[in-house]
Design a protein around this ligand. Sequence first.
Ligand code: ATP
Ligand code: MG
Ligand code: MG
Length: 548
Amino acid sequence: VKEKGLNFIEEIIEGDIKSGKHNGRLLTRFPPEPNGYLHIGHAKSICLNFGLAEKYNGGTNLRFDDTNPVTEDTEYVDAIKHDLKWLGFNWVNEMYASDYFDQLFKYAKKLISKGLAYVDDSSAAEMAELKGTPTQEGKPSPYRDRTVEENLSLFEGMANGDFEEGSRALRAKIDMSSNNMLMRDPIIYRIKYANHHRTGNKWCIYPMYDFAHGQSDSLEGITHSICTLEFVAHRELYDWFIEKLEIFPSKQYEFARLNLTYTVMSKRKLLQLVNENIVEGWDDPRMPTISGMRRRGYTPKSIVDFCDRIGIQKRDNLIDVSLLEFFVREELNKTSTRVMAVFNPLKVVITNFEEGHLEPCTMDNNPEDPESGSRIINFGKEIYIERDDFMENPPNKYFRLSPGKMVRLKGAYIIQCEEVIKDEAGEIIELRCTYVPTSKSGKDESGLKVKGVLHWVTISESLEAEVRIYDRLFKVEDPSSQDGDFKEFINEDSLTIVKAFVEPSLANATAEDKFQFIRNGYFVPDLNSSREKLVFNKTVGLKEGFKV
Ligand code: ATP
Ligand code: MG
Ligand code: MG
């Protein structure tokens, strides 16, 4: 990997270190909202935050941004922690924005006391009306000049459950004519009678994102709070709260979201795919989630390498998913065990091979890895090869099997096709072949030169398996940018299930094991695969679709 220059956030950090800001201390945070599973976009943010901490001898807090009781759930908290650990990252502290509810309540009262916040009785529609538009100044709410005492008592009343949901809100008193719409007296607390996954029914008022995020950063002493570009306009508000509350000055920096071709990344949309059973769940191997990719056979290293390679940008962009697949393939090529699986079987009987005899053949587990050793596979009288590896009337330069021609069976013998057996409909149902006894791989004394090498399984020892082959979940590169519902662009054929016959060494394979099915691609046992019912997911094909 070639040395890359510093990215713009690293430049800022190195500047801060040089100037002695925070005494060289660095603390970042990764702040997921527990309202869904982590996806590859989160992975980019994770690699950035944890990566900076690693590089500059700092740390990263995991903070659950759980200020919206309606959509959040403990199931998501557990899944997020699991995925982070699987990716290989360790956080310094596990924090919850909801742990700051008492402190945030005090901060709100401090703003009120400074004459910088007020309780507004306007309806949402009235507030929106008065707020104006970017080209038109806003007008003050009729409640804007309430006294500090009145505001304090109404705000306590809000917290005590004296008022109905939506009837009142606490707003910061900033500037109704600001060019930044977010500065036109944003709501900072609203009434919500909802059970929170951690605080239960203790609160019936909840802080808005903008009133929680910066203060949480500040309370934790976060030095560099990195978020995505949609928050650029929020930065002014972030700084305003910190200044007015006179608290630790965390700073916000923004980078571009990761978007990948042929998928969607919004958790709202992913949740829709799950709820409407368009996919099997958050961890469906077609999902862009970390859990989906894990189930698909992607490795943590390939995901981290991908994130490092794409780096960070200041402008939104769409990354080709085949670049991610490139990193997956690259790692699996180095690490996966080579095995044989036949997808579309054609029976071959070796007529001169002894009935009932099984000849042990040695197979390298992985020619890319000298440490990986070998295993024994038995060769027998009746085997399967791929139907596609035989042609009755082949074109020139066809090196697979055809009448009268020879091929090598991987790790075993050279065979020659002597006879083609068909059923009444004319379909080929079996081949009769002879083998060359002196041609065994590793001690071939036959002197024969054959070009084609086929994979095979011995029928009596092979295991039946279900193989799930995946295609893109969407038919268009950028389903989110199209007009209309994103679900119109779903690829109806994103899952194909085929039956395969695999070699017996796969009997006890688990989801941790990674395989190359020789000549067919990379495969991983599904989470629910068992000895009784073997199921494999196709991770990625062998062919390189992308050059870097
Ligand atoms: P969504 O729109 O899916 O709800 P979100 O940004 O609200 O996304 P969070 O759980 O709040 O989701 O995200 C946690 C962190 O991950 C945030 O800092 C966010 O900026 C970052 N993040 C989320 N999606 C992406 C993405 N596609 N690319 C880079 N960073 C992302
Ligand atoms: Mg969100
Ligand atoms: Mg968010």
